[in-house]
Design a protein around this ligand. Sequence first.
Ligand code: CMX
Length: 452
Amino acid sequence: MNEHGHTEKTDPLKDKFREKALALATETRATLKEFGGMKVDEVTLKQVFGGMRGVKSMIWETSQLDPNDGIRFRGYSIPELKEKLPKAEGGNEPLPEGLFWLMLVGEIPTDDEVAWLSKQWKQRSNVPKHVFTVLDSFPVTAHPMTQLSAAIVAMGTDSCFSRRYAEGMSKSEYWDPTYEDTMNLIARLPRVAAYIYRRSYHKGEHINPDLSLDWAANFAHMLGVSENPDFRSLMRLYLTIHADHEGGNASAHATHLVGSTLSDAYFSLAGGMNALAGPLHGLANQEVIKWIFKMVDALGTTKPTKEQIADYVNSTLAAGKVIPGYGHAVLRQPDPRFTAQKVFAEEYIKDDDIVNIVWKIFDVVPGILGGLGKVKNPWPNVDSHSGALLVHYGMREYSFYTVLFGVSRAMGVLAALCWSRALGMPLERPKSLTIKWVNEYLESQKTAATNS
Ligand code: CMX
């Protein structure tokens, strides 16, 4: 076992990343030297007050979001990934290891490369004992995201970056321990997440890892939700499609911001997970199923009509609440991650009441939200479908759902963190304004216009 927690001497992924990162860092320096003063955006007052929607303000290499086409990971759409990424033997869904490889170095990996990465993550998957002690000190009723965030910070005692920084490493080396921390963190997260699930909902009866399995299948195995091999397929798809959504979303941006202070990958990811835990972001997946369960209870049927659903939607809106799983800050069409899950359900699940409700909601909600005249995107997002699939395989404990999202999201935001350190990204520090400043600025603009 070496200082980074694994046994292999060579690391083809790290070698590839080093080569690509050095080349892009050199190119970027030259670009900035020549074009650094060029404008790429202008900011309106509405954007300043409105959550910075659309403001171009950071570099994020791993994925990009188009309002209509949705997410592309290094240029590949979800259907393309399903076709091109390596799969487990006998499986139809992509292996998340392949997506991580693609996000980090921009190339679709071969089967052998993915097998190598699977093995790497197994070698690095040993979670330090004190992390379980930290988790065991929480009441089992603590929200799973509270536990996840604490466990990630607790794992930081192993941070290669913090150790090397304290030893006095050069700036040019930052990417190296960031890569090591990233690999270790991703390798360990499924064990930690499964531990949280089993202690919270299954009397602490834990299931040992099965190191013959790939990363997602081993996670499914440790959760112990279902013996059905389709649940493993679902986990492979789920952990692939939730991994990244460009850099501006709250969990990605929070990870990026914390990382820009040279906090290590553990602190950075915990920051991202704390953002994911909000109901307008990742917690929406639990809110969707909670809302559906309440609807089923209120209507007294698991087979509501579209008219009954419409009445329930209207009563939610009348109570001043949002319809969870609908709307998006960037997307303006149904989320391809919603569609990918619908396609999965069509293929693997023949007839399921909750899945059918999700599809009926899809028929009803866009018309109602569109009719309000203020919702910019009346279409479903990723969170509107995921819970129904999990319930189908027996995972009804919806408070856990955001942890699943978090395990996946770690891959994208940490791959991006490696790039931030490799490209020498500085401390992030935008400008804030007071409303007094805004009013005075507007006044001065009016005076200038009158005088001209
Ligand atoms: N139900 C009811 N009203 C909604 C709505 C929804 N699903 N989505 C947007 N609106 C409302 C907003 O609350 C806002 O109302 P006010 O002007 O009264 O404040 C108005 O429509 C305009 O909002 P918007 O510009 O369309 O949306 P934003 O970019 O401000 O917000 C989001 C985006 C996701 C926070 C919002 O659509 C929402 O709250 N959706 C429900 C929660 C959800 O599903 N979140 C998960 C998003 C995906 C993810 O990150 O995981």
